[in-house]
Design a protein around this ligand. Structure first.
Ligand SMILES: Cc1ncc(COP(=O)(O)O)c(C=O)c1O
Length: 429
């Protein structure tokens, strides 16, 4: 007899997982892979992965440590936590000891752990990164979206936060802020952080400050809100974006002493789930957080390249009436196609999902619909400007600081052709 006949039907899946909607992101990524296999010219602006290699010094260290096989401390390898404590000191001027830091297998896993140990409602600016909301749903938490507008550079304002908090007293709340931002490229200014911090303090919010793109602030002026609301802010960061090492899976959280009990709960959770991050990865990652000239040269070169692309691509898109707020850090622009609303509606395209599908099919440009980022209305798409040979371009810029970055930089011509391709299709609808 076939033992499979004994399985219950439908299978006993948790209601929470069934309630997490399928992301359009996966469909776009699958479709673009298929088109590439068919030999079509696709500009891949969907996946937000660093185009740059992991710094050589980290790769050599990882090779050297490959034989280290022991489990590490649950909270994380102490010399790595000490290096991160130094990094927070020299980048933010904040005194946080190694004991206030936990290492995890990517900041995403730590975010899930945080949402699990905190019995809070989640406050998310719209737009926000794709995974915060599904994580909350998996845990059965309430999510409140706070609208942001292009006129404010897509940034959450203190007024919007205050209004929400006035109307939702009672439940403890966790606010996630992300600067430089995915999907908008927006970065908070000092005055904006100070205003948000005052509201957070007034309503006793816990803030998770997601700073995974911190070193890719184009002017090198990233600031953490932990400077202005130290007692209630958890800093989240890692090596996935500004050190090009997404696949290494290493992130950290840094807690204020006032939230010690939250950190202790996360250590308990870690000890019962992932145990510790891979030993060689932790040891090699120390180099990312040291104030060495090789890492700084690497970061400055990546920053210079991304700043050029972000600014030039924004100008090209705006010329085509695809409206974008010029990004100030990270890998992304949020493009608004509402100028073409009438023509798109006539072509049967009335939402961002349909627009993303149509662009991929007709222009070969893969971008993600705003829906996945909490933008339920509008014709907004996120474009990750990472489809170029980052290895080659980084080496050019590292070897020659005068290497010209302009409209004709050979490594970027294909990426910049996106604006003409989109403009041509939109104007011929
Ligand atoms: C805003 C943001 N936060 C967190 C993450 C997750 O990073 P990690 O690789 O550390 O899990 C990403 C990755 O795309 C991201 O864009």
């Amino acid at each position: 007899m076939n033992s499979r006949t004994h399985l219950s039907n439908p299978l006993p899946l948790s209601q929470h997982i069934l309630e997490v909607p399928k992301s359009a992101t996966l469909a776009i990524n699958e479709k673009s892979k298929q088109l590439i296999l068919e030999g079509k010219d696709v500009i891949r602006l969907g996946l937000g992965q660093s185009p740059f290699p992991v710094p050589d010094s980290m790769v050599s260290a990882l090779q050297a440590y490959a034989a280290i096989k022991d489990y590490m401390a649950v909270q994380g390898y102490l010399p790595l936590r000490e290096a991160i404590s130094g990094f927070i000191q020299h980048t933010e001027g904040l005194e946080r000891s190694a004991d206030q830091i936990i290492i995890g297998p990517g900041s995403k896993e730590l975010l899930f752990g945080l949402q699990m140990v905190l019995d809070c409602d989640l406050l998310l600016p719209a737009p926000s990164w794709v995974s915060y909301d599904p994580q909350a749903r998996l845990l059965g938490r309430n999510v409140h979206w706070l609208n942001c507008y292009s006129e404010d550079g897509w940034k959450l304002t203190a007024d919007t936060l205050e209004q929400h908090c006035q109307n939702h007293k009672g439940r403890p709340q966790l606010l996630i802020l992300n600067s430089p931002n995915n999907p908008s490229g927006a970065c908070f200014l000092e005055s904006e952080l100070i205003a948000l911090a005052a509201v957070a303090r007034k309503f006793n919010l816990i803030i998770l400050s997601d700073e995974i793109y911190s070193e890719l602030h184009f002017r090198g002026e990233h600031q953490s809100i932990a400077r202005y609301y130290p007692e209630g802010t958890i800093i989240s960061n890692g090596i996935s974006k500004w050190a090009g090492a997404g696949g290494w899976r290493l992130g950290f959280f840094c807690f204020p002493n006032e939230l010690r009990a939250v950190l202790d709960s996360m250590i308990t959770l870690a000890s019962e789930t992932y145990t510790s991050v891979s030993a060689p990865i932790q040891m090699a990652s120390i180099l990312a957080f040291e104030d060495s000239s090789s890492i700084l040269d690497y970061i400055h070169a990546c920053r210079k390249i991304m700043a050029h692309i972000g600014r030039h691509l924004s100008a090209l898109l705006n010329q085509q009436n695809i409206q974008v707020v010029t990004p100030e850090g990270g890998f992304y622009v949020l493009a608004d196609f509402s100028y073409f609303r009438d023509a798109l509606t006539t072509a049967g395209i009335t939402n961002a999902n349909q627009l993303a599908q149509a662009l991929l099919e007709h222009t070969g440009v893969a971008a993600l619909p705003g829906d996945d980022f909490g933008l339920k209305q509008g014709l907004l798409l996120r474009m990750a400007f990472v489809d170029f040979d980052g290895h080659k371009l980084l080496n050019q810029v590292l070897q020659d600081t005068e290497y010209p970055l302009n409209a004709d930089t050979p490594e970027l011509v294909h990426l910049f052709s996106v604006a003409d391709k989109l403009g041509e299709w939109l104007n011929n609808l």
